[in-house]
Design a protein around this ligand. Sequence first.
Ligand SMILES: C[S@@+](CC[C@H](N)C(=O)[O-])C[C@H]1O[C@@H](n2cnc3c(N)ncnc32)[C@H](O)[C@@H]1O
Length: 239
Amino acid sequence: MDIRLNSSKLGTKEYWDKFYKTEHQNFRDHDDTGECWFDDSGAEDRMVQFIAEKIEEQAITTNGNAPFKVLDLGTGNGHLLFALGDELEELDVNAEYTGIDYSADSVQFAHHIAQEKYSLRQFTFQRVDLLSDDAFLSEKFDILLDKGTLDAIALNQEPLPQFDGRIGMQVYSSQIEKLMHSDSIFLITSCNFTEEELTHLVTSGTLLEKWDRIEFPSFEFGGAKGSTVCSVAFRKGRE
Ligand SMILES: C[S@@+](CC[C@H](N)C(=O)[O-])C[C@H]1O[C@@H](n2cnc3c(N)ncnc32)[C@H](O)[C@@H]1O
């Protein structure tokens, strides 16, 4: 399966720096916490509910007294982490939340929101480029989330010298795999790929296996069925 998207400005760091600089200013001026990607599809709520239900069913275990470690990949304004934080607090889960993003403006913005609105909780935001900051990749997390980040990475076709000229979307899943232990769950939501394409991209060349999926309402057009976004959860199989 050869999957490629066209290049777009949404695949560049300059775009996201400018975007989060503006959003941060809006927050300072109007207390607006900014864009929630795929809000039309209710993606954030569904991702949060999916994790909460899996915890309640004990399909995901939360480490007893040790903090349950949650990582948001390409966190933007951190909204998904804050929403999950609210939900897991209700379930009495002792969790630590880390958001990473390659845009320093995103990190400053999310950190500012955490300080102003969630000061009592355990949120950390860090500038990390998933495709080059290998030092970070030695850490392991229990839940890894991606909402729209692979979509953005896939819009950049620049060959990466550190990966023998392969492009970001071709190396993304092996980078994610490094952040996972054998019980970690990786939940990703995309608007650019079908469920089949996403599964192919994530599982090719890694130990990751499809574990579950989130149902979204589907539409029918010209006899073909589709939905605007898809979310798939993966687990790391044994070596
Ligand atoms: C479509 S936005 C989604 C933001 C957030 N997940 C949300 O749902 O609001 C894509 C995000 O991916 C980040 N990003 C893109 N490439 C990245 C990379 N190589 N490493 C880390 N973050 C990246 C961008 O800065 C941006 O915040």
